[in-house]
Design a protein around this ligand. Sequence first.
Ligand code: NAD
Ligand code: TDX
Length: 339
Amino acid sequence: MTIIVTGGAGFIGSNFVFHMLNKYPDYRIVCLDKLTYAGNLSTLKNVMNNPNFRFVKADICDRKAVYTLFEEVKPDIVVNFAAESHVDRSIDNPSVFLETNIMGTATLMDACCKHGIKRYHQVSTDEVYGDLPIDRPDLFFTEKTPIHTSSPYSSSKASADLLVQAYNRTYGLPVTISRCSNNYGPYHFPEKLIPLMIVNALNDKPLPVYGTGENIRDWLYVEDHCKAIDLIIHKGKVGEVYNIGGHNEMKNIDIVKIICNTLGKPEDLIKYVEDRKGHDMRYAIDPTKIHSELDWLPETKFADGIQKTIQWYLDNREWWEEIISGEYQNYYNKMYANR
Ligand code: NAD
Ligand code: TDX
């Protein structure tokens, strides 16, 4: 079995590469990644010498490079993690989101149609459903919830989902789509809430909480997401969408306080800053379908996962210090200077 994993040098993609190489010693995993600011080869250093692993630097929008790779490796399965993934960046500059998240997805699927494939899996997000009100804890996103996006990021991911379904119906491409809630864990880029707060707290820098900090996200440990995708590509039904989430709803402010307390840092590092434009209030996944059809359940509770994650950032300073000393610093100054 040969699997092309796009975006495998990023947060979830790299964790998926580790999971698959570990669990299936006879599979060949080919990682295709452009290495944008969010992709980091040092993340993959422990698997670079694995004979079943190959890294290819390429853009999923580069039709020639994608077709050449497909011709050469003849993949059985493609799992598409490659994306521009940060909502704040999409508000600042939407165009690259449209290019990578929509056109890149179409290019990959064209290659799948041309070369034939057993499965194309699209890694999507719960953000395509928009948000839920804070005062209706009885409401959840199901696979039947209408698409209703808020940001350029979520709109680009929703557009990709529609294209994936169109390629299934029009060309008979064997596709599946997963829509997961917020992930956290090792190798999470320190521009996202949890790693940013850990890294800033360790550096005694302010912890910028948007708005009132009351917004709710439904957190899933990254390994649980990878296991769910593994199940979907092997046992999921072609043409289906699967929501992934573990009923782990938390207010942003409560997470930031947990991080302060765990690291022994004062809560007065917390600084309430200007809210994100169009900020979604609450995400909450109903995972009934993947549980009942594929027997998936999350294994890591938030209380344990957040401690493991904080410990990972303590043990792997080199990984994130290299990131925040580089180009990322310019981004940080631009985005947070006037907040
Ligand atoms: P990430 O930003 O950490 O990694 C993205 C990876 O894609 C990077 O390695 C980057 O170099 C690569 N990439 C970007 N543009 C590319 C291009 N044009 N060609 C090839 N490679 C390119 O993202 P992540 O958080 O790991 O998210 C992975 C996927 O999961 C995304 O599709 C995202 O929408 C989805 N998702 C993320 C979350 C989350 O909480 N992080 C939740 C649900 C779904
Ligand atoms: O500095 C910050 N302060 C803050 O209060 C940052 C970076 C975020 N926040 C808030 C905004 C959100 O309510 O924290 C919450 C989480 O923010 P992000 O980490 O940016 O994630 P989110 O916008 O929820 O999107 C994430 O989950 C769904 C991923 O980045 C997406 O790729 C995924 O699809």
